[in-house]
Design a protein around this ligand. Structure first.
Ligand code: SIN
Ligand code: FE
Length: 290
């Protein structure tokens, strides 16, 4: 089961000892959460973004930013310039952190979306597929990763002392063993069609098929949700944590105001590629998936 490994970094630019680097690499690849309890994201002129916004739709999970497309999903609720400056700063700071803490990854990391999550999680009405209060592993329906790892950094920036409460579940190999037997096989024709009608931005490989099935089947199965081993952890405001969300069963139960940065990493850049979801699925299915 996932546990938390704490590191005492206090600044995004802190240099890290070889021991800290090794601890972080092993913990992440083994499916644990690396918690940086003293590393906070300082709000500058963007503090006004934390005022409660009544005009934002309750269905909005997050507001995204990336360098190419700018801010998406803010509606009229926020100043796009302020959002962009905050999210870009978070992207830069998390990159600095990862280059110091995980130097063997640094040159291979691909920057994904940066997100601001201003809505209270508890009580939000979501379709089951979008409901992150249910344990799941991450998989992006329209953006296949082709096996690349999804490494995410989160910071709780709640100004009112509210923790962000997560659940962590069973190890990936057990999740796969539980759900793989009943899963439909991937279809090359379906993958080609989804690509052609632009439902997916690139071809959904067999790997992406199985990961999406895992995400959906975990969330849809309420008996599994109730019975699987799990524990709850509260991340306090001012804390930062990182985790491979493609590997680690996780759910977010309550909390408001967080930042998140997604990084993608080729499996070959891992310390031990055999610990990737790709290798674990290939091993259990006895076939190549990309
Ligand atoms: C998730 O990745 O499932 C949600 C995590 C969060 O917003 O805290
Ligand atoms: Fe998730």
């Amino acid at each position: 089961m996932a546990t938390l490994t704490e590191l005492a970094l206090t600044h995004w630019e802190d240099s890290c000892s070889a021991e800290q680097q090794n601890t972080a690499l092993q913990a992440l690849e083994d499916g644990h959460v690396v918690l940086l309890p003293q590393l906070s994201f300082d709000m500058q002129q963007e503090a006004s973004l934390l005022n409660d916004i009544s005009t934002m739709s309750g269905k909005t999970k997050s507001i995204s930013w990336d360098a190419a497309r700018g801010v998406r999903g803010q509606g009229d609720a926020y100043d796009a310039g302020l959002l962009a400056s905050m999210l870009e700063r978070y992207a830069v700071q998390t990159r600095t952190l990862l280059s110091n803490l995980l130097p063997t990854y640094a040159s291979q990391l691909q920057q994904g979306n940066t997100s601001f999550r201003p809505a209270e999680i508890a009580g939000r009405s979501m379709s089951w597929r979008k409901d992150d209060t249910r344990l799941h592993v991450d998989s992006f329906p329209s953006s296949p990763t082709h096996g690349k790892r999804i490494l995410r950094v989160f910071s709780n920036i709640n100004p009112h002392g509210a923790p962000r409460v997560w659940k962590l579940g069973a190890p990936f190999s057990q999740v796969a063993q539980h759900f793989l037997p009943a899963m439909p096989k991937p279809s090359a024709a379906t993958a080609a069609l989804l690509r052609w009608i632009k439902v997916t931005k690139s071809l959904r490989t067999p790997y992406d098929h199985y990961m999406l099935q895992l995400h959906d089947r975990m969330k849809a199965d309420l008996a599994y949700q109730a019975q699987v081993e799990q524990y709850t952890h509260a991340f306090a405001p001012g804390q930062t944590w990182m985790v491979y969300t493609d590997l680690v069963s996780h759910a977010a139960l309550r909390g408001q105001h967080a930042l998140e940065q997604t990084w993608l990493l080729p499996v070959a850049a891992m310390g031990d590629p055999a610990k990737s979801p790709l290798a674990i699925l290939e091993n259990q299915l006895g076939r190549s998936l990309v």
